[in-house]
Design a protein around this ligand. Structure first.
Ligand SMILES: [Zn+2]
Length: 277
């Protein structure tokens, strides 16, 4: 006889849950989420709904892990929504702080999610937009492999960023298709003429993994294999992706690069607002 994973009573042969228990659980999760979201949107204090929240949790078989997952998801969604329209404002920041207090999500879990980090980055963007010197509230753990100039301010440090560089692959085509050559005396045909013509295709090649330091003037990359410094004023194109940022430097010989694992929303806003061209 199988046991129901919700109520722990017999569920019948080869059964792991009662459908009514499963429904209670799913409805409870949804209700909990809706209450929290409505507190955020109506600026209602979470503690006012605490009793209701606890009743839902205890009557819907919601365990600690499920509860924490709901809380964290709500926090991520809310911050994402706040940042969509504009930079996060003080009332929104207070709601988030109050929710963190109420939900008691452990710091380690908050660190794994990047939404709190995004809030701090939003503050930096706000500073820049206001024309103030950005003062990021971050602490640097581990080594710092960058040499900044004296009048340069550090804005952010990203670890474990993968650096890709665009490479060109040249292939000769037409070799097998046969080239028609008029036979004539006294004319030398270069071997190249028989080889077909080169076709160039580009691809992104993974170069190395390292750290990225964003300052108010440059973007630096450092890794054992490759390091570089790029001035904001030399960047002519920024492509933003969900998993990273593509940068194109000024100059005929510069190849596009891609930094994977970096928050492109933040990098874009910093570079675009601090370049002088
Ligand atoms: Zn059950």
């Amino acid at each position: 006889m199988g046991k129901c994973k919700y109520c722990h009573r017999d569920a019948g042969w080869f059964q792991h849950s009662h459908s009514e228990c499963e429904k209670k659980y799913n409805d409870g999760k949804l209700k909990l989420r809706n209450i929290l979201m409505s507190c955020f949107s109506n600026l209602q204090d979470f503690y006012c709904r605490e009793q209701e929240i606890n009743e839902i949790i205890s009557s819907s078989y919601i365990d600690e892990a499920t509860k924490e997952k709901i809380f964290v998801d709500v926090l991520d969604d809310v911050i994402e929504k706040y940042l969509e329209d504009n930079i996060i404002n003080d009332a929104e920041k207070q709601s988030v702080a109050r929710f963190i207090q109420f939900s008691q999500i452990p710091q380690a879990i908050l660190n794994q999610h990047h939404s709190i980090e995004k809030m701090l980055q939003a503050d930096v963007i706000q500073d820049i937009l206001n024309g103030n010197k950005p003062s990021p509230k971050i602490t640097i753990a581990g080594n710092f492999p960058f040499m900044l100039s004296r009048n340069e301010t550090m804005i952010w440090l990203f670890r474990d960023i993968i650096f890709y560089e665009q490479k060109i692959k040249r292939e000769y085509v037409g070799r097998s298709s046969g080239i028609s050559v008029r036979v004539a005396k006294g004319i030398y045909y270069r071997t190249g003429g028989f080889r077909g013509h080169p076709v160039e295709t580009t691809y992104m090649q993974r170069i190395s993994v390292g750290s990225v330091c964003l300052t108010d003037k440059h973007i630096y990359f450092s890794s054992p294999e490759k390091s570089f410094r790029l001035s904001f004023d030399k960047i002519i194109n920024i492509d933003t992706y969900s998993n990273g940022v593509g940068l194109q430097k000024d100059g005929a010989n510069s190849k596009p690069i891609f930094l994977e694992g970096i928050n492109s929303w933040f990098v874009y806003n910093v570079i675009m607002n601090l370049r002088h061209v």
